[in-house]
Design a protein around this ligand. Sequence first.
Ligand code: GAL
Length: 712
Amino acid sequence: MDPERADAATHETVLATVPPRPPAPPLVHLAEGLAYGGDYNPEQWPREVWDEDVRLMREAGVNLVNLGVFAWGTVETADGVRDWTWMDDAVDLLHRNGIGIDLATPTAAPPNWLLTAHPEIAPVLADGYREPAGGRNAWCPASPVYRHYALRHVEALAERYGRHPAVRLWHVGNELGGGNARCHCEHSAAAFRAWLERRHGGLEAVNAAWGTNQWGHRYGRWEEIMPPLGRHGAPNPSLFLDYERYCSDALLSHYLAEKAVLERHSDAPVTTNLMVGAGAQIVDYASWAPHTAIAANDHYTSVDDPLREQDLAFSGDRMRGMFADRRPWLLMESSTGGPSWQRRNRAKDPGEIVRHSLGHVARGADGIMFFQWRASAAGAEQFHSAMLPHSGTRSRIWREVRELGRHLSALAEVRGTAVAPARAAIVVDDAAGWALQHGLKPHRDLWYGRELREWHRALWERQILCDVVPADADLDGYDLVIAPTLLVVDEAAAERLCAVPERGGTLLITYLSGVCDRDSQVIAGGFPGAFRDVLGVWTDEFYPLQKGERVTLDGDVLNGAHAVEDWTERVHLAGTADGVSASAADGASADAEVVARYTSSSLAGGPAVTRRAVADGAAWYVSAPLPPEAVDAITLRLAAEARLERTAEAAPGLEAVRRTGPDRSYLFLLNHAETELDAAAEGLDLLTGAPVGPTVTVPAGGVRVLREQPNG
Ligand code: GAL
């Protein structure tokens, strides 16, 4: 593309307006039953290998593959020169063998000729360094040149295969934002300014929202605003947060631009693979998901995670929480063994491929896909596990891949059913996570995922289902709502949360929630500003703890004494201040009850956990990161208060989740322990075909899936 024209393409056109959240699209079915397969990269292999590939795919029950994810440079071999031979051949081969295709736009990895001709499309990091070619996602989301070339190739791809009957789904790019979410080049700066103008209306409004009088950092002209640059500075937290939001929208706008091209040539549904887990994500996926025909996730467990299965459950609960109807989603990538991007890549234990995969299905996945079909002999990912490992069909992995294929086919009827409605929810918000983890904070080592995972764990271990929902979700159906470390909150979200106890529900808010408004400005009058009234407490000072420092607290509700690390607060009941009655002017009713107190440090004697009865409901405040035993004790109390039911009467260590269809329900029992465990349940075990119950024994590491109604 002519650089002159590229410059003329304004940031307005690059950053197409992100439309408001669309209504939920109709449900998408990708295969006859559950989808099964993985990334298929035939371009890495000689043609004769492909026949073996499809033969083995059929043997394993594979019915969908992700094709061409990184294939741009193997098709468009020079500027505008395309050779479709291998792709035509692969598409036809798969089609002849009844294997559906999730066809990827290969825009994650621009070809070398493009990066050489236009090095300026590569993203610029915060220190001003431009990412060199060689990696993936080496492109700036606001680059008009990149977008021009990407859309031109997507158009050619869609024209060629858009009506091909094998194409069941479109896969836009790959893990958008993985490596290029934060670009600091001049195009990004211009697009950021345009985004700010749309969000705030004008420069003065930006100055006000960001409080730029501090350090005299007022902006007199748009050109003075830059993305947060430099490694050691202390960016204005409001600027930082808006920049993160802009980055999310800029990538979404790229996704939408590709999607619009695809939809001009094809009726096949369009999606992109997200990376949903705990903590703040690269982009705000909850705002993206409604723009996908079926939400798709890539999930890999981490060696450092002592509770890998809970992490997996959390990601499933968060995927489901993105749609109000808890509709099924697709697991687009996972691994059959060790990945290759961790320092020490852990192999899966025998049985883990099946158990983990069915764990995703239990929480709403309508398909299980892996990276990748055949292990690569060459290239950066040559030691990544695959469905067909280097050792071939005599491997344990291959045996389990076939076993999983049989199980997924036995579970075909589960497709399209929703996970049973949860009555508990955990509120998660990327903006709150970004705000918590960046900039100068009272404590800079807090991980946003910590409290999210901890409260989820306590429910998960008790077989109590919860949805993990975004801050703008409707909370009306939930009897228990937990909002952990929701540092930044807008007024509407705060109102929805405060309404929970008013209508008889139980609300639990943890430390560092409701402290700042949507612009990341502190809400005056005592923490947690947005929730002070509903909680009936206020905090006048944070007491972050030093490494190794511990403070004790005690209370019946915690089942005794515990020590906390990292964070404590000086909390007061509304209407009091250091033992002195405060004026009634602070507004909140003084009826919160102290259910646990600090017993050491200068906070000794002060409230640590409080509960306020509100109408028929209750509002709890937890001012410190409680250890697991204390979280467990409170969770039991919350569950009793909100009258939550367990999914099944199952032994600890058994994960129990139910999916429900119009006339049947399916109970998934996953045994993560090393001994067999029992549950009280009854039905037809779809994996063995045998009726079971009233007590069901699940072998160590095993899975049972019962069709409960009608029995048999
Ligand atoms: C994912 C990526 C895949 C592959 C995989 C390896 O993040 O989308 O293409 O690289 O990691 O685990």
